[in-house]
Design a protein around this ligand. Structure first.
Ligand code: ZN
Length: 138
């Protein structure tokens, strides 16, 4: 609980408009899991309460179901990413008046970037192979 409140206060001291909380791990993170909650339900409620006392909203980074549910029940204004969103959680989101901030665009851009990089590497390797082959023939 103290960890959650300290985090909220730290952002408050920086005059943040919105407190973004990692309700779950990230999908691209190496050491955490997008299906695991990063804060307990009580901690998330404390963060939302602390933020609302200062007139700030809480944006919840959530991928997995447990974190999405916990963030919504705590009163987070937005659910960011929501990669593993279910119909049931959509109903809860509507009931709580929360907003969904999908980030599919980010994943698509990453994928395009990776594909572009792989194509570049293939082209480079073909060129290098050609050069080495040609050099050896001299
Ligand atoms: Zn996020």
């Amino acid at each position: 609980m103290i960890r959650a409140l300290l985090t909220t206060c730290r952002f408050d001291s920086r005059n943040a408009d919105v407190i973004k909380v990692m309700a779950t791990g990230g999908v691209l993170s190496k050491y955490d899991n997008p299906h695991h909650q990063e804060f307990t339900n009580d901690e998330l409620s404390a963060i939302v309460h602390e933020a609302s006392m200062k007139g700030r909203a809480v944006a919840a980074h959530c991928h997995g179901e447990a974190g999405i549910r916990a963030a919504l029940e705590a009163g987070a204004l937005t659910v960011e990413h929501a990669t593993y969103l279910t119909e049931d959680l959509c109903d809860l989101m509507v009931a709580k008046g929360a907003l969904l901030v999908p980030t599919l665009y980010v994943v698509r851009r990453l994928l395009e970037g990776i594909i572009g990089h792989v194509r570049h590497l293939l082209s480079l390797c073909r060129s290098l192979t050609h050069s080495h082959t040609h050099t050896r023939a001299i």
